[in-house]
Design a protein around this ligand. Sequence first.
Ligand SMILES: [Zn+2]
Length: 202
Amino acid sequence: MDVIRCEVCGATQSLPSLEPRRRAFCYRCKSEVARGATLSLDAPLALCLAALIFWVLANSIPFITLQYGGITQTNRVFTGVSALWMDRQFFLSVLVGMTSIAIPGLQLTLACGLMLALKQGISGDKLRPLSRFLAFIAPGSMPGVYLVGAFVAAVKLSQLATLTPGPGLYCFGAFALFWVLGLGSLDLEAAIKDFRPRRSVR
Ligand SMILES: [Zn+2]
């Protein structure tokens, strides 16, 4: 039971925790004093956490193995970025590293943290700067571009070398898929409004 004070007439009243989509009205002036959340963050949170796990895996295990002329070379996701850097393609290297690896990882970590904070009842007003920052970095996050680039490179290289996909490639694919599903199903602005904690006078 929470003790709530009506913002209109000031009457205090105890309320049980509200089921989703239920509203409670003041016993005296009949104005709305509380409402249950209408959105569930369970699905976006689970999808974003899955994306984050696959992001860690994709970055830590072999992505692709190249064999040419008796030489075997195992590449990780980051190998492509460092190869561009070595090739003095600094701008492209930073661009690929940021848009495919760094920003999506940061975006997922912040989104998961925000959802957990909202579920813990932390006021959406305190979280608003973080949600604005998330919206600001969102256009710079495009892990799918890396996959397309990797496939184009693989098609070109397949005439010269034998390519074997590593587990990291599948993990990167799963990461990109869960990234789209998780962040696509999350309406942060609506969730922040919805998860406003009730005013308690206890
Ligand atoms: Zn009232």
